[in-house]
Design a protein around this ligand. Sequence first.
Ligand SMILES: [Zn+2]
Ligand SMILES: [Zn+2]
Length: 554
Amino acid sequence: MTPQLRIIPLGGLGEIGKNMMAVEFGDDIVVVDCGVQFPEEDMLGVDLIIPDITYLVERVRAILITHGHEDHIGALQLVLPRLPVPVYTPKLAHGLISVKLRERRATRDATVIAIEPGEVYQFGSNFQVTWFRVCHSIPDAMGLVIETPIGTIIHTGDFKIDHTPVDGRRIDLATLAHHGAQGVLLLLSDSTYAEVPGYTLSERVVGEALDRAIGDATGRVMVATFASLISRVQQVLDAAERHGRKVSIVGRSMVDNVNVAAEMGYLRVSPGLLLSLSQTRRLPPEEVVLLTTGSQGEPTSALVRIANRDHRDVQAMPGDTVIISATPIPGNELPVSRTIDNLLRQGAKVLYDRVALVHVHGHASQEELKMVLSLVRPRFFVPVHGEYRHLVAHAQLAWDLEVGRDGIFVLEDGDVLELSEGTAQVVGTVPAGPIYIDGLSARDSQSQVLRQRRALSKDGVVVLVLSVDKETGQPAAPPKAVSSGFMEAGETKPLFEELTVSLEALIGGAPWLGDQAELMKSKVQETAREFIAGATSRHPIIIPVVLEVQSGRS
Ligand SMILES: [Zn+2]
Ligand SMILES: [Zn+2]
């Protein structure tokens, strides 16, 4: 059988986050990105969500990283212990990854190799890969050209087209045009903002708005943004310096990112500009800028703590100007608006995307996506990186441009797309459900634990204690009910009295031995559930416990 080229998204298609995609030919697999997703509010106790790598047990030659965002690198420290292969990555992401991998014993010896754009890297006998520069909301973001025995694949990574980026490094459109002219088999392109018409504004526009906001402020300024948005950090540092202010960084992930970026030369910091918090506290407010995390309303972040009057070192005060230089990621709108409200209550002035141009997206809008589609003109097209509707919107753009004339495929996680030189089709699926990381345990979506926690969080738990004589199997005492998180003690007292009476009637007389006991337990559970639901419209978890006691013959 002739080997086929297979494209298998394991994360990031039909959702935002945990990006991972396998590219397979014959005996070789390369994996593009290895990201995490953060849990939603109803995923109780879940710390992180990572892709399912069941399919990737063998033949993987390397993991290829496009850039240093968490949704592309954040699962490495959890995946590498099970999939010990080398990681190839652009330089800044290399710095960020190395910090994380060093923290854990299981990943301390992982092989992480910094690539140079334009160089050719060989993986197995079937893949030659070259990275090329794109613009995005973190420096050193790249796309991939993957040469396979049956044709060229281009993966854009996350990108936008910015002709005036803060770091001066533009997207390498020449490489896209070059391969487009040579003929491209398959294009995989970022769909995050495929619904948004027009062009994404340049970072320069934000720089000007930030400069104006900091220049106009009469008191202290706080700027919240993504820790990884190094270009924004640079703009804040530059504006602060221009207006005679000193900067302190608040929040651990922001400190880590700024240190790595400055050490590696991605951030220009004038000597004496950055001060510790205790140093800036001695300065008058109009000479201070605080740079913090918390632009997404994350509960443990510095800005949210400040907004909740819960931060050890910083209190908001009248005269403060707070700039939230980010847009809430879908799902984070509520915590972000709560944070804004709390800051306003304390007399701060708050600038955010709805009222000032203090943020632009890091992803291409429709006109940029069309430009890439037109330059590359692939035979097959697969939109990547987005919710299902983003993927469909991107597919529609390609359709309108008559790009992807041999096939446009809207894939979801786990779909297996098989390509030959002339045809492509979805031939099946592999496991690609979310893996929930909960402390040190990993659980899949079948897990009872998460479902039970949800039920507990809604209606609490009722425990029914049934005392049974060890020898006769007869009830030794009336049943007892205790509850937690269910109702107020005063409310449960009469309810439980009535419940135990009806349970007594149920269990009296029947022997509680061997199999009978299990049967009895489920009967008790069923009766109690119906009784409680009928009396209270609540559905607590009900746990019958059989307590075997010595008979009182003594
Ligand atoms: Zn990104
Ligand atoms: Zn991304």
